[in-house]
Design a protein around this ligand. Structure first.
Ligand SMILES: *Cc1c(COP(=O)(O)O)cnc(C)c1O
Length: 385
């Protein structure tokens, strides 16, 4: 576990951790130390001299797609299939789910009961809007439902990592199960992007979305991403048919003619400075590559478990290949533990009533942080006699 001879450790120095150990799993991370310079350069070198012209001169209009292409290798996607349309994860999920349902006119929209709340809410709203039946099934029931009633399912929405327990769902086999019954698979990659290989192309995924501010480190409110497999791009009909998704936005025609490629997934003027921050955050992740990021996350998680008092209940799978980048611990009064740890400069997050999540972002969490965290947890809990 020594940092010596461990090249990935060298990236940690490039983050402005502010003396904090950041293991919070819902909005990851410190900025890179040179983020301020990058943003300032956009303001002074592009915005100030160019003003409105910078949209064209400095590639701003293309940034949703160029940043999407930068992210693509981390997701296992070839070029031209990922875009950062500029919205929240919730909005992007809405757009993707309605579009997927329009590709398969069947009565059921299927979702896992363990899904993140916004996914449940948005799926329910989409079902209401389109007159579909929302079927919510717990993990095993989800597969059983596909096996028994698959011919009724138009679209199934799933996540490769359970946001509470960290437990994985295999993207390849679930997608194959959906396709075998003629359903489309839509994936929410929020807790996987930047930490787990998702291999969207080889797994034959139809559509996927995910947020930019967790393991991708794009900063507060970073825009979400959208993946549409090349084979669907000429057919997909998004409900948010804004002018930036038009084949020729500046022709200003009254009729919507969708853009040919992934640009169709865009809708309006993108949040430029947030896109720049996300672009900047992606650079070291892409340089390291998803396999090495995943290896490191597993190594940090194993080190954490090795140092953790054995009487503490771990809810996540013990096998590092069966979980994502975080571990969930069951501790009574999780909120109090979260606060006690924050007083010791260790940031985790509580999921009421009794779960604490600790997430191991591979670039800025170090083996030293992991040791500090287990010691802090032991000191916050009543010390054993
Ligand atoms: C974090 C998270 C979201 C967040 O949605 P926002 O619209 O970005 O707030 C959605 N889905 C999942 C699975 C998440 O983990």
């Amino acid at each position: 576990m020594s940092a010596l001879g461990d090249p990935i450790s060298e990236w940690a120095g490039g983050f402005a951790t502010g003396g904090l150990v950041h293991l919070n799993g819902n909005s990851l991370g410190p900025p890179r130390v040179d983020l301020t310079d990058r943003l300032a350069a956009v303001v002074t070198d592009q915005w100030t001299p160019g003003q409105v012209r910078a949209w064209f001169r400095d590639g701003w209009l293309d940034l949703p797609r160029t940043v999407g292409d930068k992210l693509a290798p981390l997701l296992g996607a070839a070029e031209g299939q990922v875009v950062i349309a500029g919205d929240t994860t919730s909005t992007t999920l809405f757009n993707a789910l309605v579009a997927a349902c329009r590709l398969r006119e069947r009565p059921v929209l299927l979702i896992e009961a363990e899904a993140f709340p916004t996914d449940l809410y948005i799926a329910a709203s989409v079902a209401r809007l389109l007159g579909r039946e929302l079927v919510v099934e717990s993990r095993d029931g989800f597969d059983t439902y596909l096996g028994e009633h698959g011919d009724r399912v138009g679209v199934a929405l799933a996540a490769p990592v359970d946001f509470r327990t960290g437990r994985r769902r295999d993207i390849g086999s679930t997608t194959a199960l959906c396709h075998a019954v003629g359903a489309l698979a839509v994936w929410d990659l929020c807790h996987a992007a930047g930490v787990l290989p998702t291999n969207l192309d080889t797994n034959d995924v139809d559509l996927a979305i995910g947020c930019g501010y967790k393991y991708l480190g794009g900063g507060p409110g970073a825009p979400a991403f959208l993946y549409v497999a090349a084979r669907w791009q000429s057919e997909v009909d998004f409900p948010l048919a804004g002018w930036h998704g038009h084949a020729d936005p500046f022709a200003m025609t009254p009729d919507f003619v969708p853009a040919a490629g992934i640009d169709r997934g865009r809708n309006g003027t993108p949040p430029l400075l947030s896109l720049v921050a996300l672009d900047h955050a992606l650079e070291p992740l892409v340089a390291v590559g998803i396999d090495e990021l995943h290896r490191r996350t597993k190594e940090l998680g194993e080190a954490f478990l090795a140092g953790l008092r054995p009487d503490i209940e771990v809810v996540s799978p013990r096998d590092p290949d069966q979980r994502g980048g975080h571990l969930a611990l069951r501790l009574p009064d999780a909120d109090a533990v979260e606060h006690g740890l924050a007083e010791r400069n260790v940031l985790v997050d509580a999921r009421p009533p009794d779960l604490i999540r600790v997430a191991f972002a591979p670039l800025y969490v170090t083996p030293e942080h992991v040791r500090t965290a287990t010691e802090a947890i032991h000191s916050v809990l009543a010390p054993p006699n």
